[in-house]
Design a protein around this ligand. Sequence first.
Ligand code: PLP
Length: 400
Amino acid sequence: MKKEHGFETKVIHGGYDSKDFLGSLTTPLFQTSTFTFDSAEQGEMRFAGKEDGYIYSRLGNPTVKALEDRIAQLEEGEAGLAFGSGMAAVSAVLIALTKANDHILCSRGVYGCTFGLLTMLEEKYNIQTDFSDMKTAEQIRSLIKPETSCIYIETPINPTMDLIDLELVSTVAKEYNIPVVVDNTFCSPYLQKPLTKGCDVVLHSATKYIGGHGDVVAGLLVGKQEFIQEVAMTTQKDIGGIISPFDAWLLLRGLKTLPVRLDRHCQNAEKIVAYLKDHPAVDKVYFPGDATNPDYDIMKKQMKQGGGLISFEIKGGKEEAQYILNQLRFIKMAVSLGDTETLIQHPATMTHSVVPEETRRRMGITDQLVRLSVGLEAWEDIWEDLKYALDQVTSANIQK
Ligand SMILES: Cc1ncc(COP(=O)(O)O)c(C=O)c1O
């Protein structure tokens, strides 16, 4: 694959050459747990790292390798690594970068289970985390401590859609030689490439836009060769959160249509935002691609388009939010995102229910906040269903 090939070409061809696999157009599925050796000496050489070749699928597998090479090309990084879930990638990275008594600087909000992991690291190893919106260099500098061993960012932040300026954070982090890790799940490399903004490590819940069809749970990681190798041989190999070859195969297939799908997700989301903003039952709409969003300049700097996720606050509280979810007829109530189907969820009681109430409020996750992952259906149908539910809450007048 030539480096200068376009993104749309790399999603299809990156990391795979049919000449290496008997001309098979699609990447073959190596559904095997282990690989045979021709001789005892060959086995010895492979374990000693003196001969290339596969040993055991927890240590490497050709289908998985094609995926790892492809995501590395797409994120413009040196090497990639695949995991059995997004959380397996998050935990492998955070454990690799920290030791007892270290400090992590984290974006103001993060996915609920990432928050759960940070809490566990604090309880077990006294690794403290400070949360910040990281709006200025001074603010970031003021939170860095001698024991800060990593800066961990989600942008857009799940589910409030606040943005963090990746260039700003990576520039400050370089002054202190602290690695910056970015969870790029909400964008995928099609919309945002954190490594090109000076960040060091990118990870994904590939369950979302990368897989794109709601049929696989997986994680991906990209960074410098040396770091990826270190994770592969420690927190991945020994904790073992690897991906199955079949799931890697599904992701290779999903990736081929990523740009086409995302263009449509983004277009549909823009249409829905315009209507949502005008509905009397809606109080606030959070969408990075909205020109009135306070973070719009950051979005223009680092994202290709506004993405396919919208959060909005209903007038009222939890009761009204749940009422709306219950009125929907074809939009599915489910806690994932990036699928072909439009999905809706209530973060305070679902994805972020593990976050203590006070912290949740500080993160901006109110009881009336609803998160919508706009799918690939006709946008008119999505809006019709949403409007129906919103109209119901307006006429039911259950707001207190
Ligand atoms: C932003 C973000 N990061 C990480 C994860 C965890 O990924 P997974 O569910 O694949 O373990 C999620 C899951 O929803 C997520 O939304």
